[in-house]
Structure formats: C-alpha cells, structure tokens
Design a binder for this molecule. Structure first.
Ligand code: PLP
Length: 416
C-alpha cells in the first residue's frame, strides 16, 4: 500500500466514528461526508436559510453561496465558465432534462448510442425518445466487462446525434476511455453525454481533457450531501430547448435550474470540493486554504493519490475474493488494475447474493445485492435481475483491515 493518510482522513468523517464498528462498503450508493461538509450545511441553515434573490443580508449570502459553489464545481471539473454548471436534485433528473431537450432537436440525425454497461439512469432516459423518432444503437461490452472504442467506431455515422456513456461502471468498476469515445463521436459530428456519477469519488474529472459535451454527477457520491449537478458546453446549453417559461431566465444556468433547489446541499457541495482540494494541498506540502486558481490542480492531486491508494484496495479485495472462490465479474487481473475502480460485483457459488449480504449485515458490514440498476448488464452476465450479484464498493476512507472483516464473513458462509 502507498503512503496515503487514510486513517487521518477517516477522522474527518464523523459518521465513521458515530457508526462504531460498522463498515461502509456500499459507497457506490452514496458516500459519507467530512466534518467540513456538515459545517457548511449547518452554517447555511443557521446563518441564511432564506430564499435567494432578496436585498437583505441573509438572502444576499444565499446568492453568494450559490455563486461560490458554482465557481468551485466549475474549477473542480475544469469547466470553461461557472455558468456551465447547473445545480439540482440528482443525476437522473438532469439526464432526463437533457434527453427531453435533445429529443426535440432530432432531425436526420436521430440515432443515439447507448451502452450495456451503464446505469439504467443513462439508458432508459434516452430510450424514451423512441416516441420522438430516435433510433438506438448499442455499444456493448466485451467478455472482459469493458467497453472498447474499437467497437464504437463502426456504430457511428452521419446519423448519430449523441453517444451516452459512463466514465466508470457502477457495477463492474471498469473505466471507459471517454476521450477516445469523444474523439470518435465528434469525428462524425455527434455529441457525447458522460455520466460521471460512479467515477467521481475515484478520479479527477476534466471536461476539457475529456472533450465531452455534457456531463452529469451526483454530489452524494463525492462526499457532499444529496444533490446533483450538470455541466454542459455553454453554447450547447444555450441552444437546447429546456425550460422556457416567462419567469425562468433563458440563459444557462437559469434555464436548466427551474425553481428552488436545496441550497444547504449546494453549500455542502462547495465544502466537499474544498475537502478534496485541501487534501491535494496537504499532499503537495502547500500551505493555506484552496484558492480558485489552484483548486482544479489541488483536487486532481488528491484524486490521483486516491486512485493510487484505491488500486491497492482493489488488489486486496480481488485477492480476498479469489481466496474465497468467488466468481468475479469484470477485470480481476493485477496487470489491468488501473482500468478499474474498487467497485466489484461477484457471486459466491452455492450461495444466494442476498444470503451473502445478510451475513455481512450481521457482521455490521454494509454491502448490496441485486441488479445495481444495471439490469441489462446483469442479463448480459447471465445473471437474473431478481437476484443479480453482490457488490462491494470502496472509497478512500476504506481500509485493508475492513476487507479482512469481509473475508471472515465469506469464509464462514455455508455453501450448497
Ligand atoms: C453510474 C450512475 N449513474 C447514475 C446514477 C443515478 O444518480 P442519481 O441518484 O443522482 O440520480 C447512479 C446512482 O447510483 C449511478 O451509480
């Protein structure tokens, strides 16, 4: 394991202390938040829990909080301008919002490429466009559980309107070469919509390096409270027919943020970005709090260190699962470990997935069984969507010692 301050970071997460002996291994469904995020949410609710847009001090503070968070998130993902960031409820509703708008712009370019690796939120939301004339083309995984850009190329043509794909699988943990996919999509004049929800806690997001057109993320997967954000190229957001009621501004981000969203959680999102940036500064030996200029680089340093630490966790987890004769879905070879995040789906032969997770729950370990909202992928893997698989999903506050606690549970399972 590399020298990563996992223990010191754990201490920054009150929920880990509060939960005592519990092990949080279901992070793909939502991560815990550090103290600075709690402070930001509390500070917002105590100091200025009012509506934005007023002239009195508390309301002015709400506007300032939203503007600060928008600027932080923009810097975090290397957006060209803060107005490219929209805040809202979650990733799914943003994907649907964009799909509804894209559906109104289909002409001769009416093909949408979706994948069989994605979360259903980035598949079904596009498939509903069939009634608006969309046709669908499937970019499918190979037996290694990965999407290969060589397979994408023949699927694209002058008819392709958009490719919707994930940065990393919430079930198999495989990482997608999204820059390669973006280049191929752009070469035929199509756009690319990225789902960064699962990748967010594991690696640096850089919309300019990815050269994508839209990207969605959920705050609650990256150490912020329950909320989501959307990024889009400014000109594309400007052109899309999204909300167009008189009382809603006709410019991004207002035209994408209808009504009130959860301001305290937006304050928490800003704090979560700063938590990562502060970690990066500490790792680089830099003094002082994160500033706007260096925020992206600081956060990237943190996430690169997190990725390196998590590679060690992935190796430990996979070795432990192999010791327990688990059937692992997706990448399990050490040589390819950098192509995955520490999210692993598996089954134990002769044991129902729910019996594995119930045994883990009795040992105070939170893991999940089922289809992981990727029922098509489960089918592709030859699994029933009713029972599916067991998923362990780790983040940087997890440890090798916790993996050993799960090892004891798996070793004690009664197999048929
Ligand atoms: C890869 C992926 N995409 C989309 C979603 C949906 O996100 P949200 O709950 O913010 O709508 C999830 C949720 O687990 C996910 O893992």
């Amino acid at each position: 394991m590399i020298n990563f301050p996992a223990q010191a970071l754990r201490e920054q997460f009150p929920a880990l202390r509060h939960a005592g002996n519990s092990v949080f291994f279901d992070n793909a469904a939502g991560a815990q938040v550090p103290q600075v995020v709690l402070d930001a949410v509390n500070g917002h609710l105590i100091g200025h829990n009012v509506q934005r847009g007023g002239r009195y001090s508390q309301s002015v503070s709400v506007d300032a909080t939203i503007a600060r968070s928008r600027a932080s998130v923009a810097a975090f993902i290397n957006a060209r301008r803060p107005e490219e960031i929209a805040f809202g409820m979650n990733a799914t509703s943003f994907i649907r919002l964009i799909s509804l708008a894209v559906g109104q712009t289909l002409g001769k370019r009416n093909e949408i490429v979706v994948t069989d690796l994605d979360h259903e939120a980035n598949i079904a939301t596009w498939l509903v466009l069939e009634k608006m004339g969309a046709k669908f083309v499937w970019w499918k995984i190979r037996p290694d559980g990965c999407l290969h850009t060589d397979d994408l190329q023949p699927l694209l043509s002058a008819r392709t309107r958009l490719l919707a794909c994930t940065l990393a699988s919430n079930a198999l943990g495989s990482i997608v070469d999204v820059r390669g996919a973006a280049d191929l999509a752009h070469a035929v004049g199509a756009e690319i919509f990225l789902d960064s929800v699962h990748y967010g806690p594991h690696g640096s997001i850089d919309v300019q390096a990815f050269d994508c057109d839209y990207l969605v993320c959920s705050g609650y997967k990256i150490f912020a409270p329950h909320m989501g954000f959307l990024w889009g190229r400014y000109e594309l957001l400007q052109a899309l027919p999204t909300f167009r009621e008189d009382f809603i501004p006709d410019e991004p981000p207002g035209k994408i943020e209808a009504g009130t969203f959860i301001y305290e959680n937006v304050a928490g999102m800003d704090a979560a970005v700063n938590y990562l940036a502060q970690l990066g500064r500490t790792l680089r030996g830099k003094a002082g709090a994160p500033d706007a200029q260096s925020l992206h680089d600081d956060a990237r340093t943190a996430l690169n260190a997190i990725r390196a630490y998590e590679r060690g966790l992935s190796l430990d987890l996979l070795a432990m699962l192999k010791d327990n004769k688990a059937q692992i879905y997706g990448i399990d070879a050490e040589a390819r470990i950098s192509e995955r995040v520490p999210t692993v789906c598996f089954n134990i032969p002769g044991v129902l997935p729910q019996d594995v997770t119930e045994a883990a729950a009795r040992a105070d370990i939170g893991i999940r069984d089922g289809h992981m909202y990727s029922p098509r992928l489960m089918q592709r893997l030859g699994l029933s969507k009713e029972t599916g698989a067991v998923r362990v999903s780790l983040v940087h506050y997890n440890t090798a010692a916790e993996i050993q606690r799960l090892a004891a549970v798996l070793a004690g399972l009664k197999r048929r």
